[in-house]
Design a protein around this ligand. Structure first.
Ligand SMILES: C[S@@+](CC[C@H](N)C(=O)[O-])C[C@H]1O[C@@H](n2cnc3c(N)ncnc32)[C@H](O)[C@@H]1O
Length: 207
């Protein structure tokens, strides 16, 4: 396996020492701006039940669950290594019953329909085998009026990196917004900002 493929595979499903040590640092530091941007799009006080798909180290869950005292915050991640780190980071809130982290593939988990106020996901759409199918599932598990937030880096910015683009699939902000509409969502919006490393986007929509 070449380096591009190895790194892309680790970003999709971190494993072993490399996953635990290197990828967790990359997620916490390299993804911080994107997660902060997604958080700024969420009007937090409005939500009681939030799901973070591909929660990685659980930093986003830790931050949002500490912003509001009410509500339940769930994360799901396919990587056992990430789930362990996320559980450690959210230990107190898990004990209190405010946070729940599930290990598994989002698409294979049976969530109760109409149960979430908001579903968020940062830096994960690249790995969804069929983004429309994933969004249709998100639509089913959101309550009426519930909101979807999908944050990702700009296509051009990612495509400059030495990655395996068969694993790391990129989308323009318009493509993501269109997928949301095709999946049944309305009130689709695109928020973008530019930082030192380039553009980032957060597409939002309502059930
Ligand atoms: C690039 S990381 C982003 C992590 C975190 N959201 C962040 O912004 O730092 C992608 C995460 O999605 C997880 N992931 C990929 N495919 C998944 C799936 N089908 N179901 C659940 N988690 C998945 C990976 O294990 C990884 O932790």
């Amino acid at each position: 396996m070449n380096l591009r493929t190895y790194f892309s595979e680790q970003a999709r499903n971190p494993t072993g020492v490399f996953g635990r040590v290197v990828m967790s640092r990359i997620f916490n530091l390299g993804n911080a701006a994107l997660n902060d941007f997604m958080k700024s799009q969420l009007e937090l006080t409005e939500y009681n039940h939030v799901l973070d798909i591909g929660c990685g180290t659980g930093k986003f869950l830790h931050e949002i669950s500490n912003c509001i005292n009410t509500g339940k915050f769930e994360g799901v991640d396919i990587s056992a290594a990430m789930v362990k780190i996320a559980e450690r980071m959210n230990r107190k809130s898990i004990i209190k019953g405010d946070v729940l982290i599930t290990h598994g593939d989002f698409e294979k988990i049976d969530y109760i329909e109409h149960s979430f106020d908001a579903v968020c996901s940062a830096n994960t759409i690249y790995f969804w085998p069929d983004p429309r199918r994933v969004m249709e599932k998100i639509y089913r598990i959101l309550k009426p009026g519930g909101r979807l937030f999908v944050a990702f880096e700009d296509k051009k910015r990612i495509e400059k990196r030495p990655l395996d683009f068969e694993i790391f699939r990129t989308y323009s902000e318009q493509e993501v917004a269109n997928l949301m509409t095709l999946s049944g969502f309305s009130k689709t919006g695109i928020a973008s900002m530019e930082n030192r490393s380039g553009k980032i986007h957060c597409c939002t929509a309502e059930k």
